[in-house]
Ligand binder design. Structure first.
Ligand code: FES
Length: 64
């Protein structure tokens, strides 16, 4: 799944950056050889680095 559309970075790349020592979003971008642009992905990228669960939409219909 793509996390950063501007740079076509996938969740695996952020997780690999975290394993390589990236502890914040700017260092993760640097580890991926990319530069942050619009910033819309920063929250999700930070979750990739910490391993936190994604925020679920409380209004979404549960899957059956
Ligand atoms: S979506 Fe990541 S910088 Fe724009």
């Amino acid at each position: 799944m793509y996390v950063c559309i501007c740079n076509a970075l996938k969740c695996r790349q952020f997780k690999d950056a975290a394993k390589a020592g990236a502890r914040d979003v700017p260092s993760a971008f640097k580890a991926c050889g990319a530069k942050p642009k619009c910033g819309r992905c920063f929250e999700e990228a930070a979750r990739m680095l910490t391993g936190a669960e994604p925020v679920r939409d409380p209004l979404a219909t549960p899957a059956e």
